[in-house]
Design a protein around this ligand. Structure first.
Ligand code: PGA
Length: 249
């Protein structure tokens, strides 16, 4: 049976104390969960959440990182610092980074390569805006984001890479892509991956769906053949809304 990868992106929410409280609740609630589960608190809460998650099967993630190893880069957080705190995965190229902070494919690719170099698993986010979807450029946009994001990534490193398909129009809006629409894009992403790395590698890659995933739509989304997990924003902020997603089956 395939296992699913459920990640919670806490975005710019929660104090250290609030983050620790949620981590502790999740640790208890998800003790028997067989899926791969990750939470990505704010940078300021990473150390405390790492401590709170000790002894649990929940992995620690970060929401972003700087493109350089270290140096004079005011305001950035380095891969080495994340590693030092026990971070296992990092969300890169989230649409909020792409659209609000003008992060482009080349910068995101640099971060993907740097994360892999240091043994941190990247979750590479891709997704089209409503305008792009309606204008018929969905495949061109997604294809470009996947190809450019993975430039220089060796086939052997792919097992450490997750792609998250997050249609921009579905993030935080309550609008979810239908399971059929999402699966079609996931299938297209696999086609792009197959053209880069071959059919077998493409089939074994984990592709999460993100965009208003909730307890009541998680099961139908993940029932689709190409949807291997979920990247959850809003619903990851409370144990009562996140735990049922991780425990969807
Ligand atoms: P949402 O966010 O679940 O609140 O739509 C998803 C995301 O941004 O990863």
């Amino acid at each position: 049976m395939r296992s699913y990868y459920i990640a919670g992106n806490w975005k710019m929410h929660k104090t250290v104390a609030e983050s620790v409280a949620l981590a502790k609740e999740l640790k208890e609630k998800l003790a028997g969960c067989g899926e791969k589960v990750l939470v990505a608190p704010a940078f300021t809460a990473l150390a405390a959440v790492a401590e709170a998650l000790k002894g649990s099967n929940i992995l620690l993630g970060a929401q972003n990182m700087g493109p350089e190893e270290q140096g004079a880069h005011t305001g950035e957080v380095s891969v080495l610092m994340l590693k030092d705190l026990g971070v296992k995965a990092v969300i890169l190229g989230h649409s909020e980074r792409r659209h609000s902070y003008s992060e482009g494919d080349a910068l995101i690719n640099k971060k993907v390569l740097l994360a892999l170099k240091h043994g941190i698993e990247p979750i590479l986010c891709v997704g089209e805006t409503l305008e792009e979807r309606e204008g018929g450029t969905l495949e061109a946009v997604i294809g470009m984001q996947v190809r450019e994001g993975l430039k220089g990534v060796e086939a052997a490193a792919l097992k450490s890479v997750t792609i998250a398909y997050e249609p921009v129009w579905a993030i935080g809006t309550g609008k979810t892509a239908t399971p059929e629409d999402a699966d079609a894009v996931h299938a297209y992403i696999r086609k792009v991956l197959a053209s880069l790395y071959g059919e077998t590698a493409s089939k074994s890659m984990c592709i999460q769906y993100g965009g208003s995933v909730k307890a009541d739509n998680a099961a139908s989304l993940m029932a689709k053949p190409n949807i291997d997990g979920a990247l959850v924003g809003g619903a990851s902020l409370k144990v009562d809304t996140f735990a049922p997603i991780a425990l969807f089956r």
